[in-house]
Ligand binder design. Sequence first.
Ligand SMILES: NC(=O)c1ccc[n+]([C@@H]2O[C@H](COP(=O)([O-])OP(=O)(O)OC[C@H]3O[C@@H](n4cnc5c(N)ncnc54)[C@H](OP(=O)(O)O)[C@@H]3O)[C@@H](O)[C@H]2O)c1
Length: 396
Amino acid sequence: MSKFQVKWGMLATGGIAETFGRDILLNPDTRGVHDVEHVVVAAAASSSQSRARIFLDKIGAPETAVAYGSYKELAQDPNLDIIYIATPHSHHFQHCMLCLESGKNVLCEKPFTTNAEQLEVLIRTAKEKNLFLMEAAWTRYFPLSLYVREQVTSGAIGTVYRTFADLSMISSPEALPDSHRLVSPDLAGGVLMDTGIYALTWVFQTLFTTQQIPAAPAVLSALRKYRLGTDEQVSMLLTFPRRVGGDAHGIATAGVRTATDPDEKSTAGPAVRIQGSKGEIQVSHPAFRPTKTKLICTDGGIEEREWPQPGPGPGSSWYNGFRNEVGGVLNQEGEGHGMFWEADECAFALRDGRKESQHHTLAESLVIMQVMDQVRKQNGIRFPGKIETAIYPVDI
Ligand SMILES: NC(=O)c1ccc[n+]([C@@H]2O[C@H](COP(=O)([O-])OP(=O)(O)OC[C@H]3O[C@@H](n4cnc5c(N)ncnc54)[C@H](OP(=O)(O)O)[C@@H]3O)[C@@H](O)[C@H]2O)c1
């Protein structure tokens, strides 16, 4: 069978770009995907062309891959099917617009933009230009997530009343320079945007995505601020109105002063609990890359499942993972990180002529962005005008 090939351009060469690049260059057969393949044909670093070259070598891209020293050159490369954007979230809007205005399909790292107004402009632009656009909410594409959503929609736990989701990892923001993207207001820092979005992902994919006619939730929230004015802890209570089953509650939390799993041995229990009239589904920490589920039914039935990420396996000398200044680890030898599932969804969409994800619509991304806007508004968090603006182009 001939495979549908997707030619990727990588916009930025930082931590997650490296993880994503290494993952998508794995042979898709290792995960049972036989009809699409990915090739990295170009990368751009904002700082220098040599940085882009080093990046391409590091991820194992073909020697023919082109290194650019500016994002503009990459956006204008006619040899690309899609561009993956991996700059800080403060810059997503401007960089997405650069690519869309250059006629390129886009996969953009989470969170999509700084605010909902920016995302509305992106969605409108993609539609006008008939381009594919998707938020890189990679966890949603895991077979584990598909299984959980299937349990919810099939009624395995009855009427779902509540989802708890937490992604908290103890770290020391004080150890970071004030200019770091995790804490700086100039780079849309703070846990809401960085990790809170994963707690929201679980609340949404169980209480919103699973509804035939989903409705935006009402939002109540509180947060604790770091000394730079960005948030270091956030608690959100979302009420989802439903046509059938009445209101459902989503409780999404994130922080850096406490941990979901303090000893990193799952002693504390699940990171996510989806609770219904006939039982619950538990999902292991970390909410961004869980590998275990437990279905507990009120009739006494229990199903525990493991979901290791596929890859070339032990003995391959191949490693991937994610590390930054506040933590992260390399995965076991030969174990994929799991970012290839979202890349496969892009490939299927491009092959089939779809303009958005089948598992995470642009309309849903927009509702999540509106929730984050409300949380910031309720707690007085605002970023500088040049990264909140929905005007393009603005030099940031
Ligand atoms: N999906 C996930 O699991 C995951 C994990 C971590 C982060 N993320 C998301 O991915 C994005 C990037 O995160 P990261 O951890 O990869 O960050 P990072 O390591 O700091 O890399 C960001 C890259 O963006 C480019 N850049 C352009 N303008 C910049 C500016 N003004 N300040 C800093 N960097 C700038 C730089 O690359 P060049 O010089 O090479 O152009 C830099 O290497 C964020 O939106 C984050 O939320 C996702």
